[in-house]
Write a protein that binds this ligand. Structure first.
Ligand SMILES: [Zn+2]
Length: 79
């Protein structure tokens, strides 16, 4: 059986994806929040200011920006 380590809480789980089933709702919530924030914000915002304004950790922001979902937003952000 393949075990994955959760990117959020560090526990081990067997389903696919970056995070365990417990953290999946938090990830979904934060990704929606991030999308809304980026849709409303100016271009060239820094990752620190996004983290400050959304409350999402820089570690998680970097993980979201490495996903295909956020590929279109990446140009607006100073990573
Ligand atoms: Zn987790």
């Amino acid at each position: 059986m393949q075990f994955n380590k959760c990117s959020r809480c560090g526990c081990f789980y067997t389903n696919s994806g970056d995070v365990c089933p417990n953290c999946e709702p938090k990830d979904t919530f934060e990704m929606n929040k991030l999308k809304n924030y980026l849709d409303d914000s100016d271009t060239n915002c820094s990752i620190e200011s996004i983290s400050y304004n959304t409350g999402i950790s820089i570690k998680n922001l970097n993980r979201y920006f490495s996903m295909d979902t956020f590929v279109d937003y990446k140009n607006n952000v100073q990573l």
